[in-house]
Design a protein around this ligand. Structure first.
Ligand SMILES: C[S@@+](CC[C@H](N)C(=O)[O-])C[C@H]1O[C@@H](n2cnc3c(N)ncnc32)[C@H](O)[C@@H]1O
Length: 231
């Protein structure tokens, strides 16, 4: 299985968002030529869109299966912070009815994607027109709204689920969104994100559940589901 209409531009963005999808050849190129040339040149010309499509679909399916053990995705208002190309959201959309999706993302690709902790939260790896087009080609049940983090007024109602895989508190500080999340969540809202400091959140939320440990050479992290801001 794979996504519809995944062209070279979309494959490039997906690769920048999920570098683990790089083939051994592409990984070697990145190591050898450095991140600037990799981001601005090689990812534009040396990708196999079909291979990335298959691998991305499979990876997003695995993410979905791991989350659905803890989250009921039927009939929900979902907010995605840093959805990337929204493969996970599209899979949820295809399998569940009556959902509403809102996505907050950045509308530019940094010259040098570093994947580190970005103190100022300046790194972005998306293009909202391309994302909009990809959603149109693949959405089945729900309507998707897209918000540009830097320009738009963000949605201002309660969500049931907030998803932020490898974005919030993984690449930039949770505090960028803390006050906003307080405003748009209830005690029942499940907020999912990846972090290297899960204990920090015991002083912020009533409930913090670790659902996965991701072991990487440098940046091991936990995926957590949090609920209820401590008052
Ligand atoms: C590593 S990618 C992960 C994408 C996707 N969640 C996934 O799992 O494939 C991180 C994403 O966060 C986005 N991002 C960075 N800062 C953001 C912010 N302040 N608000 C929303 N998205 C942001 C980037 O543009 C990028 O698409």
């Amino acid at each position: 299985m794979s996504f519809n209409g995944l062209d070279n531009e979309i494959a490039r963005l997906i690769l920048l968002q999920r570098i683990e999808l790089a083939s051994p050849f592409i990984s070697k190129i990145r190591k050898f030529f450095g991140r600037y040339l990799f981001t601005n040149f090689f990812t534009k010309f040396f990708l196999s869109k079909n291979e990335i499509n298959l691998k991305y679909y499979e990876l997003m399916g695995t993410e979905y299966k791991s989350l659905k053990r803890f989250i009921n995705f039927e009939d929900k208002k979902l907010l995605s912070i840093g959805s990337g190309m929204a493969g996970l959201e599209l899979i949820i959309d295809s399998l569940h009815k009556n959902n509403q999706f809102s996505i907050i993302e950045k509308n530019y690709v940094s010259k040098k994607v570093k994947y580190g902790w970005d103190d100022k939260n300046l790194e972005g790896y998306n293009n909202l027109n391309i994302l909009r087009e990809f959603l149109k080609r693949n959405q089945t049940n729900a309507h998707f709204r897209i918000y540009d983090f830097d320009k738009d007024d963000l949605p201002d109602y309660n969500f049931d689920i907030v998803l932020s895989l490898y974005s919030l508190d993984y690449h930039y500080d949770f505090n960028v969104y803390k006050e906003y999340l307080k405003k748009i969540s209830s005690d029942q809202t499940q907020i999912v994100f990846d972090t290297v400091r899960p204990d920090y959140f015991n002083n912020i939320f009533d409930e913090v559940k670790i659902i996965t440990t991701i072991e990487k050479k440098i940046h091991s992290s936990k995926r957590i589901i949090c609920r209820g801001f401590i008052k």
